[in-house]
Write a protein that binds this ligand. Structure first.
Ligand code: ADP
Ligand code: MG
Length: 789
C-alpha cells in the first residue's frame, strides 16, 4: 500500500501455422518482442523508413494454454481483490486476435474457459478459505456499443432501481452505472450462470440488433465486500474486479466502409483513441487532468484505470506477416500503457451501525466502571449525564456565592461539573464587568483618553484637565498605603479613574499570596488615621528620565549603614502604615526619593500638556474667528464685483492680511499639536516609571517588614553571605520541603490556630516557613561542623 506500481503488460500471440519467424522475435527472457520489417524497395533509393522495433513487456505468451495465461495475468489481481484492492484486466487487439477467447474462452469446453470463469472460481475458493469473514460477491455485465450502454444481464430477474437509459454516475465512493443490474451470487454455479446468460445475450443481440460483437466493449465486473465475522471489527473492505474485453482495435475507416460499419468504426476508433489519450495522460506524472469523460468507455472505467487499482493489459496479436501493421500498432499501445503507474490501496470502509453499537457497548462499560470507582471512593449519587438548566443555575449561584465570600469552596464532583464551574465564572465575570461599567456611567461621564475632541469638549465645560483627571484632583499626590477606597468618602466626588485603578492593583497584590503579610492587616489599617496621603512633593531634580529608570530598578544595598544602626526589635510589630512611614525614612528612602522625583516629573509634564491643550484650543478659536472674517470679506468682494488683472484675482489688503494670519495660526496649531503628542508619549513613559517605582517600594517594604519584625536576626546573618537570597523571596516550595518535623509542626499549628479565621493562614505560613528555614540552616551548620571534625 502506498507504493507506486507499474501497469503490467503482456502479449498473447494467437497460434498459427504461418508464424512470421523472420519478422517477430522474442527475447530470451520472454519479456521482449522485436519486430523486423523488410525494406519496402518501392519507396526509392533514399529510404528513411524505420524497419526495426523493440518492445519491452512483462511477459510474452506464445502458444500458452488458458491455464498458464490465467496464472500469469489474472491470479494475483483476483487474489488481491479479496484483500480490498480494485483490479482491472483489459484485452486489447485487432478483431480475431483472441481477446474474447482470452477473456471468456469457449463456453463449451471447460479446459478452454477464459479468465472470467476462472476468476469467479478463484473468488469462491478464496471465500471458502476465509471462514472468519462474511464475503458477498456480486456481478454485473455491461456492454458499450456505439456510445450506448447495454445491460447484458437485464434478462434476469433483478430487484433494484431500473433506470433507462443507463447513466454513468460519479460519487465519492467512485463511479457506478445507474440502471445496471448487479446480481448477488452465493456460489460458483450461480456466478457461471450469470456469465453464460451474459454471453448468450451478447450473441443474441448481435443477431437481432444486427450488431457485431467485436464492435463493442464488454465489461464484466465482480464486486466483493468482506465483513469480519468478529462484530467488534467495524472496518470492512470492498473491491471490484473489472474484466474488459475491448472492441477490435483495427482502423476500419480507411477501407472504404460505409453506413452502419462506418458508424461503428468511428465510435470504436474514437473510444479507443480516447482510451489511449487517457492512458497517455495517466502516464504523464505532470498531468493533473485526465480526460475520462470524453466517452462512455473511459468514463465507466474512470476508477478502474490507473488510480488505486492493480492493472493488467493483455495485448492480443496475430503472429502472421500480413497483420504486422496492426500488430505494431497494438504493441505501441501496450508500451504506452507500461508508462502508467498506479498506487494500489485497500478500499476500507466503516460500518456505521457496528460502530455505534460498539461505542454504546463501551459507554455502558465505562459507566459501570465509574460506578464501581465511585462506590469504592464513597461517592454515591454522582450523576454523569449532561447538566440540565437547573443544575447549571445552581452552579451559577455557587459561583456567585463563592465570589461574594459566602461560600468557602465549591466541591468538585466530576469533570463536567468542573467545566461548568469555569463556564459560569466567565458568565458571572462578564455580567459584573457590565454592571460596574453601567454603574460608573450612571455616576460619571466616561471619556476615551485618546478621544481629543471629547476631552477638549469636557475641558471647555470645566470638568477635567488635559489628562482626563477630574478637576480638583491634587497634583503631585504622594503615595501612601491604604488610600481610602473609592466609595468610602461620601460627598467627595473628586476621585479619578486612576486612583480607582491603583486600588484595584493594590488589592490584586494583596491576593497575590506571595507576600507574607496578609491582606487583612492592610484592610484594617485603611480606616485608621494614618492614611492621609502625603502632601506635595517638591524637589524636582534635573535628572534625565533614563538615569532614573536605571537607578529605580537597581537593587538597593541591603547592608547599608542605616540598617546597622537599627534599634532593637519591638516585641509586637507596629501597624503597617506606621511601619511604612519608617521604611520610607529608612531603607526605602532612596526608592521613595526616586519615586517622588518621577512623580513630580510626571506631574510637571501633565501640567505642560494641559497648558498646551489650552493653547491649542485658543488657537483653534482664533482660527475659527479668522475664517469667519475671511468668509465675510470674500462674500463682500463677490457682492461688489471682482477685479481681475491679467487673470489674477485682485483682493484688498484686509482680506490679504486675514489670509496671512490664518496661515500663521495653522502653523502654530501644527507645532503645538506636535508638542502635545510628544508630551503625551513622555507622560506615558513617566507613568510607567512611577508605577514601577511604586511596585518596587511596596515589595521592598514587604521584605523589610518581614526582616525587621519576623525573621530572626541570626537567620538573616546566615543568609547574608549568599547574597542573592533575600528572606522574603525564598520560594514557598523550597521552604515547604525543608523537613518532616517542621511540616508536622505546621499542621499542628494550623489545627490549633486556624479557628482564628482563614486570614490567619498567611501569617502562620510565614511563621512556620521561617522556623523551617531556621531548622534547615541549623542542620546544615551542624553537618558542616561534623565534617570539619
Ligand atoms: P477477438 O475477440 O479478438 O475478436 P476471438 O477471441 O473471437 O477474437 O478469436 C477469434 C477466433 O480465434 C475464435 O474462433 C477463437 O476460438 C480463436 N482463437 C483465438 N485465440 C486462440 C487461441 N489462443 N487458441 C485457440 N484458438 C484461439
Ligand atoms: Mg471478441
Amino acid at each position: 500500500m502506498g507504493t507506486r506500481k507499474k501497469v503490467h503488460t503482456f502479449v498473447r500471440v494467437k497460434p498459427t501455422d504461418d508464424f512470421a519467424h523472420e519478422m517477430i522475435k522474442y527475447g530470451d527472457d520472454n519479456k521482449s518482442i522485436d519486430i523486423h520489417l523488410k525494406k519496402d524497395t518501392r519507396r526509392g533509393v533514399v529510404n528513411n523508413q524505420q524497419t526495426d522495433w523493440s518492445f519491452k513487456l512483462d511477459g510474452v505468451l506464445h502458444n500458452a494454454s488458458q491455464d498458464l495465461v490465467y496464472e500469469t495475468v489474472a491470479k494475483d489481481v483476483v487474489a488481491q481483490a479479496l484483500d480490498g484492492y480494485n483490479g482491472t484486466i483489459m484485452c486489447y487487439g485487432q478483431t480475431g486476435a483472441g481477446k474474447t477467447y482470452t477473456m471468456t474462452g469457449t463456453t463449451e469446453n471447460y479446459k478452454h474457459r477464459g479468465i472470467l470463469p476462472r476468476a469467479l472460481q478463484q473468488v469462491f475458493r478464496m471465500i471458502e478459505e476465509r471462514p472468519t469473514h462474511a464475503i458477498t460477491v456480486r456481478v454485473s455485465y455491461l456492454e458499450i456499443y456505439n456510445e450506448s450502454l447495454f445491460d447484458l444481464l437485464s434478462t434476469l430477474p433483478y430487484v433494484g432501481p431500473s433506470v433507462t437509459p443507463m447513466t454513468i454516475v460519479e460519487n465519492p465512493q467512485g463511479v457506478f452505472i445507474k440502471g445496471l443490474s448487479v446480481h448477488l451470487t452465493s456460489q460458483e454455479e450461480d456466478a457461471f450462470s450469470l456469465l453464460f446468460e451474459g454471453e448468450t445475450n451478447r450473441i443474441i443481440a448481435s443477431h437481432t440488433m444486427n450488431k457485431n460483437s467485436s464492435r463493442s466493449h464488454c465489461i464484466f465486473t465482480i464486486y466483493v465486500e468482506a465483513h469480519s465475522r468478529t462484530l467488534s471489527d467495524e472496518k470492512y473492505i470492498t473491491s471490484k474486479i473489472n474484466l474488459v474485453d475491448l472492441a477490435g482495435s483495427e482502423r476500419l475507416g480507411k477501407s472504404g466502409s460505409e453506413g452502419r460499419v462506418l458508424k461503428e468504426a468511428t465510435y470504436i476508433n474514437k473510444s479507443l483513441s480516447f482510451l489511449e489519450q487517457a492512458i497517455i495522460a495517466l502516464g504523464d506524472q505532470k498531468r493533473e487532468h485526465i480526460p475520462f469523460r470524453q466517452c462512455k468507455l473511459t468514463h465507466a472505467l474512470k476508477d478502474s484505470l490507473g488510480g488505486n487499482c492493480n492493472m493488467v493489459l493483455l495485448t492480443n496479436i496475430y503472429g502472421e506477416a500480413a497483420q504486422l501493421e496492426e500488430t505494431l500498432s497494438s504493441l505501441r499501445f501496450a508500451s504506452r500503457m507500461k508508462l502508467v503507474t498506479t498506487e494500489p490501496a485497500i478500499n476500507e470502509k466503516y460500518d456505521a451501525e457496528r460502530m455505534v453499537k460498539n461505542l454504546e457497548k463501551e459507554l455502558a462499560l465505562l459507566k459501570q466502571e465509574l460506578a464501581i470507582h465511585d462506590s469504592l471512593a464513597n461517592r454515591t449519587l454522582v450523576n454523569y449525564d449532561p447538566m440540565d438548566e437547573i443544575q447549571i443555575a445552581e452552579i451559577n449561584s455557587q459561583v456567585r456565592r463563592y465570589l461574594e465570600g459566602t461560600l468557602d469552596e465549591i466541591d468538585i464532583i466530576n469533570l463536567r461539573q468542573i467545566q461548568e464551574v469555569f463556564n459560569q465564572f466567565r458568565v458571572v465575570l462578564s455580567q459584573q464587568e457590565q454592571e460596574v461599567e453601567s454603574a460608573l456611567r450612571r455616576k460619571y461621564t466616561l471619556i476615551d483618553k485618546n478621544d481629543f475632541a471629547a476631552i477638549s469638549a469636557v475641558q471647555k465645560a470645566g470638568l477635567v484637565d488635559v489628562d482626563g483627571h477630574l478637576v480638583g484632583e491634587p497634583d503631585g499626590q504622594g503615595f501612601g498605603l491604604g488610600v481610602t477606597p473609592f466609595s468610602a468618602k461620601p460627598g467627595k466626588k473628586s476621585k479619578s479613574k486612576k486612583t480607582f485603578k491603583e486600588q484595584l492593583s493594590s488589592s490584586a497584590r494583596k491576593e497575590g499570596a506571595s507576600s507574607p503579610v496578609s491582606g487583612k492587616e492592610l484592610d484594617v489599617s485603611t480606616s485608621k488615621t494614618q492614611l492621609t496621603p502625603s502632601s506635595k512633593e517638591g524637589d524636582v531634580k534635573d535628572m534625565t528620565i533614563r538615569e532614573r529608570e536605571t537607578s529605580s530598578i537597581e537593587p538597593l544595598p541591603s547592608d547599608s549603614p542605616k540598617e546597622e544602626l537599627r534599634p532593637p526589635r519591638p516585641s509586637t510589630p507596629p501597624p503597617k502604615p506606621v511601619a511604612f512611614e519608617d521604611f520610607k525614612n529608612e531603607r526605602g528612602s532612596e526608592i521613595n526619593r526616586i519615586f517622588k522625583e518621577n512623580k513630580s516629573i510626571l506631574n510637571e509634564r501633565r501640567k505642560r500638556a494641559s497648558e498646551t491643550t489650552q493653547r491649542i484650543n485658543a488657537i483653534k478659536r482664533e482660527m475659527d474667528v479668522t475664517k469667519e472674517a475671511l468668509n465675510f470679506q470674500k462674500s463682500l468682494r463677490e457682492k461688489q464685483g471682482e477685479y481681475e488683472n491679467k487673470g489674477l484675482m485682485i483682493i484688498d489688503e484686509e482680506e490679504f492680511l486675514l489670509i496671512l494670519k490664518l496661515k500663521d495660526l495653522k502653523k502654530q496649531y501644527r507645532t503645538e499639536y506636535q508638542d502635545l503628542r510628544d508630551l503625551r508619549a513622555e507622560i506615558q513613559y513617566c507613568q510607567h516609571l512611577v508605577d514601577q517605582c511604586r511596585h518596587r517600594l511596596l515589595t521592598e517594604f514587604d521584605i523589610w517588614y518581614n526582616e525587621s519584625f519576623f525573621i530572626p536576626e541570626d537567620l538573616q546573618v546566615a543568609l547574608k553571605p549568599g547574597g542573592s537570597i533575600r528572606p522574603g523571596m525564598v520560594p514557598v516550595s523550597r521552604i515547604m520541603s525543608l523537613g518532616e518535623d517542621a511540616q508536622d509542626k505546621f499542621s499542628q499549628l494550623q489545627q490549633v490556630l486556624l479557628p482564628e479565621g482563614p486570614d490567619s493562614v498567611a501569617f502562620y505560613n510565614a511563621k512556620v516557613k521561617t522556623e523551617q528555614k531556621h531548622n534547615y540552616l541549623k542542620t546544615m551548620m551542624g553537618l558542616q561542623q561534623a565534617h570539619r571534625k
